[in-house]
Design a protein around this ligand. Structure first.
Ligand SMILES: O=C(O)CCC(=O)C(=O)O
Ligand SMILES: [Fe+2]
Length: 361
């Protein structure tokens, strides 16, 4: 499937698609285009990103200069149980190849993401404001405010709602976008289920228990745009966190910025074309009695380029009970509510620590 042009594609973007010619005249045109691009980006950025002046809160070394690390690579086509177990126990994160997502599908969805998120800020707020398609900015916690501004914006899509209750307004003019999301969603469910089954076998989980531990068709899909930021040392694009999911699947463009915490240090997880990054979340750590790691990660901002990533989060059944030798019994609903309460009270997630046996906090 070729990358598609959205009906919303602004005039500016259509200009940008013209073939590049290298003449003296084109240099001026390129400069004009860059000016146009900057102006359009400004209009589309949340005003808080234009107003914020860096206060130098973060040491430069924290944000920018992490070494690159080679993360374990797994082939979904021929899943190696030993490699998978090692990656989950030792890293909590791996790169997935031969995952079966057609590259044109990822490219088309990235292009749609770019187009939709390049709309003016007010248009995005007005247009994407329903439970099935919600625009958020400055906080990864959707509507809850975290302590520090996160240099991101995005669209939040609960996949379970897609087929049933999406309103006509959510669909109007976005038919191409939704059909791409629908196709992508099937791949995510397939990938999440395949990986989870292999992990459930490693952990020797009962089939009926493990069925409730991953509700792969009801996951969340998020499309992020991390705007470029001249004050890259002052902000994180997404602050350090663990995911609340069972597992998460990141499909990033070629800009980079994802970092993983390992052995007390931060490392860059480089973007490599046609590969996915899978990381385990808190629920997987609980299910595995802490054998697997819910890995801490973050995203740094880029001074000169914006970044797009497509992220899927697989969760358990909302009311399925999670049992673990390390944590008191809890449902995902309880976990989610506790995370939200903690963010509301302190601006930060506590996570699994709240459920740890012999831990009063
Ligand atoms: O955009 C990324 O690379 C990662 C996003 C992420 O960690 C998250 O949404 O939890
Ligand atoms: Fe994450």
């Amino acid at each position: 499937m070729p990358p598609m042009q959205s009906p919303h594609l602004p005039l500016l973007h259509r200009r940008l698609l013209r073939p590049i010619v290298t003449t003296m005249e084109s240099t001026k045109e390129e400069a004009d285009v860059e000016d146009d691009q900057a102006a359009a980006a400004d209009l589309s950025y949340p005003p808080v990103f234009l107003e914020s002046r860096g206060a130098g809160r973060l040491p430069a070394s924290l944000c920018t200069s992490a070494p690159v690390i080679d993360v374990p690579v797994l082939d979904l086509h021929r899943l190696d149980p030993v490699g998978l177990r090692g990656a989950c126990r030792d890293w909590g994160l791996f790169r997935l190849v031969h995952h079966g997502i057609p590259p044109p599908l990822s490219a088309a969805l990235q292009a749609q993401a770019r187009d939709l998120l390049s709309l003016p800020f007010d248009a995005k707020r007005a247009r994407f404001s329903s439970p099935g398609l919600a625009y958020f900015w400055g906080t990864p916690a959707l509507t809850l405010h975290v302590k520090d501004l996160n240099w991101l914006e995005g669209l939040h899509i609960p996949l379970g709602r897609l087929s049933s209750s999406s309103s006509a307004a959510e669909f109007d003019g976005l038919e191409t976008f939704w059909s791409l999301v629908d196709e992508y969603k099937q791949h995510m469910a397939r990938i999440a289920r395949t990986l989870f089954e292999a992990l459930a076998a490693d952990l020797k989980l009962d089939a009926w228990v493990s069925a409730s531990y991953l509700n792969e068709h009801d996951g969340t899909f998020r499309i992020y745009r991390y705007p470029k930021c001249a004050r890259a040392d002052d902000y994180f694009a997404m602050e350090a966190h663990t995911d609340s999911s069972v597992l998460s699947v990141v499909n990033q463009d070629d800009v980079g910025g994802l970092q993983v915490l390992r052995g007390g240090g931060w490392f860059c997880v480089e973007p490599i074309a046609d590969t996915l990054i899978v990381n385990l979340g808190d629920i997987m750590q609980a299910i595995s009695d802490d054998e697997y790691k819910s890995v801490e990660h973050r995203v740094t901002v880029n001074r000169s380029k914006e970044r797009i990533s497509l992220c899927y989060f697989g969760f358990p059944m909302e009311d399925g009970v999670i049992t673990s030798s390390r944590y008191r019994e809890f449902t995902y609903r309880e976990f989610k509510e506790q995370v939200q309460e903690d963010i509301k009270l302190s601006g930060a997630k506590v996570g699994l620590g709240r459920f740890k046996i012999n831990n009063e906090s």
